[in-house]
Design a protein around this ligand. Sequence first.
Ligand code: KIV
Length: 265
Amino acid sequence: MSIHKPQKNITLTRLHQMKASDEKIACLTAYDASFAAILDQVGMDIILVGDSLGMVVQGQDSTVSVTMEDMIYHSQCVSAAVKNAFVIADMPFMSYTNVEQALANATDLIQLGGAQMVKLEASTRQVSIVEELSECGIPICAHLGLRPQYIHKLGGYAMQGKDDASAKELFESAQSLQAAGADMLLLECVPNALAKKITQESSIPVIGIGAGPDCDGQILVLHDVIGITHGVTPKFAKNFLAEADDIQSAISNYVNDVKSVTFPN
Ligand code: KIV
């Protein structure tokens, strides 16, 4: 009897190859097994168990109430259904305030949640955390630009890096986090030109949301893609179900549009 589990198609190595060969990376969030299976079957490259679940699943008005228990539970639900896609789990608010805490919580998301990578909202403050996690073998995605966990400090969800000083700071953070060992960057709501510059200057895949067409890949929140978001839908999102017959076709069209750079337009 073999105890060897089949290798997933999408690995970090494959994602790096996709960047190198200019093949766009399609990513979407999921929070449960049924949707994760649909995303996986239509060829999604990355499935993010996002802490956006606080808003779209739990009905809160931000992500800050999401706990490690929530993230482990939803990561388990998603991982159980995914055969090919690369699964990333978000580290929730206040779960990575120091190196020891970050290491323990990231380990739980990988070991218990079944994720292949963790994502944390980052600036240069998180460099030592990224260094330690990376040294310990935990792949990291550094989320830059608009960081929803900072909502109470920001006072709203607005575009980041618009002026020269903040654009420079964001660019330098991206470089430092990559040098510290981050394996992927996610840019949320930054100007297209800045996202393009960061993508061109990075050797790791850069995924964008509201950051223009020049990133190596795109991500959206599942509920926005199938048009069931309650409350405000971000301007950069698109309801793919509006022009499709069913959920599978809508998500498949999203993957095709990301791959062909038809989305974002
Ligand atoms: O939590 C989430 O879903 C995210 C995406 C919006 C990128 O971080």
